[in-house]
Write a protein that binds this ligand. Structure first.
Ligand SMILES: Cc1ncc(COP(=O)(O)O)c(C=O)c1O
Length: 373
């Protein structure tokens, strides 16, 4: 029965070059990594690895229950306060993924009395959060302040939340945070900024909200994943204590989910401390991203992701395959991961890439793009 049901769906995807396939990677491979989200190169840093191992020895392999039962350890508390301090926020609440952090924050603020104004390029987790929220949702064109202002001004709902990313994951460009904040204040709205691609990268690592001087303001909420620069797993919502309290009581992805694994907490905490002690790492990301953008002939990225438009999904996959055959792992974006339907090569700049590796990667990538285009 499932075969009859699903096979035509699979065939439809295949015919459009959109089938996704899993490829299990071995623990050691000699590839130049321009595909993973380990922007700061900390996933195998001995300090991060040892912290995770020590946490497993001390706490065991599981958080043992949801956060409100036995799933909050002193590690969770430490991670929350250090993340909040680093980002300049009053408080933080850790979730077991960045996806769930967005789901938790948006659904706990949403409902019939709240308008959600969402940039068309926000991450799927925010899109799904909007769908689950029971709010009226206005999706506005990318970085369109006029459309946001209009949606806020014409609303009937008493509350509103504007949903943006500080650095957009597909386009790699930045949100105009100063102007967004001003519009939010003027119209009594809250601004939620997903800093998945800002933490560890922009604002000397502290993120774009911090860099814009908006951290700690009571109309601003920040969400982050711990799975990119912090080389671990998990997510966090940062903002005023009153928000944290509300989420503890109302955010279903927080309440009904097992707490973040202690090993992941410890790894994120160790990575955060490395980042705080070595502010040069974000600069290395920007330098690499600028070089990649320049050789590929695209606009510089505001963060680590360099997005190179390709003629179609098949070409994006073929170019990534060619790079792999030549020792360079890059990613590709295809629908539905690209809100504008344009398939792209996805290159992620990492701190710690040697100049020789970067030279080699640039050659391989430009050749692959020429060959398939
Ligand atoms: C902008 C953005 N938000 C949220 C997430 C989800 O984070 P996580 O992988 O921790 O669930 C991602 C990760 O892909 C992301 O890019």
């Amino acid at each position: 029965m499932l075969a009859e049901w699903l096979a035509p769906k699979a065939a439809a995807l295949e015919s459009r070059g959109l089938t996704r396939r899993l490829r299990a990677r071995p623990s050691s491979e000699v590839l130049i990594d321009l595909a993973s989200n380990d922007y700061l190169g900390l996933a195998r840093d001995p300090r991060v690895v040892e912290a995770a191992v020590a946490a497993v020895r001390e706490w065991g392999a599981s958080a043992t229950a949801s956060r409100l039962v036995t799933g909050t350890t002193t590690l969770h508390a430490e991670l929350e306060s250090e993340l909040a301090l680093y980002a300049g926020q009053e408080s933080g609440l850790v979730f077991s993924s960045g996806y769930l952090a967005n789901l938790g924050a948006v659904t706990a603020l949403g409902g019939p009395g709240t308008l959600l104004v969402s940039d068309e390029h926000v991450h799927a987790s925010i899109v799904d959060a909007c769908r689950l929220s029971r709010s009226r949702v206005e999706v506005v064109p990318h970085n369109d302040l006029e459309a946001i202002t209009k949606a806020l001004a014409e609303r009937k709902e008493p509350h509103a939340v504007v949903l943006v990313e500080s650095v957009y994951s597909v386009l790699g460009d930045a949100a105009p945070l100063d102007a967004l904040s001003a519009v939010a204040i003027e119209h009594g709205a809250v601004l939620l900024v997903d800093e998945a691609h800002g933490l560890g990268v922009t604002g000397n690592g502290h993120g774009s909200v911090h860099a814009a001087g908006l951290a700690g303001q009571d109309h601003v909420i920040v969400t982050m994943t711990l799975s990119k620069s912090l080389a671990s797993q998990g997510g966090v919502v940062l903002g005023p204590s009153v928000l944290r309290e509300h989420l503890v009581n109302r955010a279903r992805p927080f309440i009904f989910d097992t707490g973040l694994n202690p090993a992941a907490c410890a790894a994120a905490l160790a990575a955060l401390r490395v980042l705080a002690d070595d502010p040069s790492r974000p600069d290395a990301i920007h330098a690499t991203a600028a070089r990649l953008a320049s050789v590929c002939g695209v606009d510089p990225s505001a963060g680590a992701v360099v997005s190179v438009p390709m003629p179609g999904p098949r070409e994006a996959v073929q170019a990534a395959e060619l790079c792999l055959e030549n020792g360079v792992r890059v990613g590709s974006f295809r629908p539905p991961s690209v809100p504008d339907g344009i398939s792209r090569l996805r290159l992620t700049a990492h701190a710690g890439l040697s100049p020789e590796d970067l030279d080699h990667a640039c050659k391989v990538i430009t050749t692959a793009i020429q060959e398939v285009s």
